[in-house]
Write a protein that binds this ligand. Sequence first.
Ligand code: CP
Length: 357
Amino acid sequence: MHQNHLIDLSDWPRQNWERIIDLALEIERDPSAFYGRMEGKILATLFYEPSTRTQNSFKSAMMRLGGQCLGFSNPQNSSVSKGETLADTIRIMNGYADIIAIRHPKEGAAKAAASYSRCPVINAGDGGHLHPTQTLTDLVTLTRETGRLDNLKVGICGDLKYGRTVHSLIKALTQFPNNEFILISTKELVIPAYIKVILNAAGCKYREVASLTEVIGELDVLYMTRIQQERFASEQEYLEQKHVYILDTEKMSLARPTMKVLHPLPRVDEITPEVDADPRAVYFKQAQYGVYTRMALILNLLEDDSFGASLFHGTPHSGEPCSNPNCITNVEPYLKKSYTETGDMLMCEYCEHKKLI
Ligand code: CP
């Protein structure tokens, strides 16, 4: 039996996503009915990067289920600052908690953590790679606010290069029929090549554009994102991207009356405060749905063994470094490297970066 983890939604069949979405919507109707289901269970939140929503909505979810929480929100206040490895931190936490939610700046870190864990590990964001619990939250929000997960024309605007929520969301929405994407970014922040491979493989229509104003009128959903300052190599590169896309009431006047605006938050300046009063702006509701979604996720991971999936499918390549400097395997060198082969490329199974064999 595989341990239940959530590293990447693509590891699961769609029926698992649907069970979580359905349960989240049931919980929303009466959260108090679920109190006590996690009595005696402990959630560890190991946050190596800052967070308001993800960490606190996980804690809120566990507490609303009657469980308890421990962990850290700043690795400098933990023995990570003394040089403790990720593997050892996970081994220790296995003795203290029943389920772990981890956020880490390195890509593939949650998968690495899961490979050392006897209890379920949830990826709460791994560098610029994936953020599957945000995606589950987004799917719950779309279901609740648009009534469907298919036949949507979705505009995704802003930092498509480093925005892990964007990568997870596109991967998920390609699994539903007739979704179409308009990818709105500067040329410096275009979507990574591996996401285009996924879009093409799924037969999804998409186009890359630079102007939000020109396309906003076509959209069913506009997913705005923050420019991820913390992932830029220099302040100058960030400053050149800042302020490029601002959603304001003037642009909203060009949108359909039924369009919904989502944002994983936090926002900086990419949506003006005046837009908040527009009923089409659902990003604060989205953050609230995140609690119900994480309640549903915890319940399924701890109460149902069928959520397991194998972590690795490829072959170990001892000593072969991943070409991605932000891959966890390049900072935790004891990790067994693992790659899958497609044609003349090797894909790292932690961060999904590809290199020529
Ligand atoms: N959406 C999201 O991940 O927010 P936080 O960074 O505050 O957790």
